[in-house]
Design a protein around this ligand. Sequence first.
Ligand code: ADP
Length: 245
Amino acid sequence: MDGIIDFQSVSKRYNNTAVFESLSLELKPGIVTGVVGESGSGKSTLLQLINGLVRPDFGLIKVFGQPIPSENLPIFRRRIGYAVQGTGLFPHLRAERNIGLMGKVEGWNPEKTESRIEQLMLLMGLNLRLRTRYPHQLSGGQQQRVGICRAMLLKPEILLLDEPFSGADPLTRVAIHERFLDLMVAEPATVVLVTHDMQEALRLSSELVIIREGKVLQMGSAKEVVNNPNDEYVEKLLGNTTHAP
Ligand code: ADP
């Protein structure tokens, strides 16, 4: 399926601020696309438009080849995992309950939920002894891994990641990146990774979308963007990146 996520002339404004004006964008299935831009450029809004949390004022957004439904959004969203900055974990729920939340909603039996939780924790390099800890008893990096496990519980076809690694220190970050890449080999998905960190985007993504103030400055394979930045701003974001991944 080409164009698993397809924006057609999408406009969205908040009060007097135009976030997107006639944005058209098609994302490829089965790969990680990194959406890079500075704070306020519209990255989070882009993800929220994809999962129907935010509706466009004008234009059409197709996901899975169909316009986003106006009804039965929970059914639509089951196919889309979403992990946000700061992990969004429920503080009063143990790690395993946080990860397994959607299993309960789906009516999975406890054994099925438990074995999926274990599978994901192992894939993300989380010691199973951590399952009974509350979020505040986990390190920032462990919380982020739990957040990714939770988003992946139902094996979503699309995974939306909003700066999911931004709280971790650089070494922890690299370790989580490696686990995340392993997870994507084990359970491939169409991933939209929003980040302000070009190095992170280059490490994790095959395709890049560079946005500034709601406009796509450049889009293409990571290699193309690194080798042929088409704008000074893209060059600036690339900084001292001198080689393609
Ligand atoms: P980013 O994720 O790149 O930081 P956002 O998508 O969060 O950017 O925000 C884009 C613009 O839209 C910003 O100017 C922000 O202030 C504005 N914005 C986002 N969400 C809302 C909202 N719910 N109400 C009003 N303005 C918003």
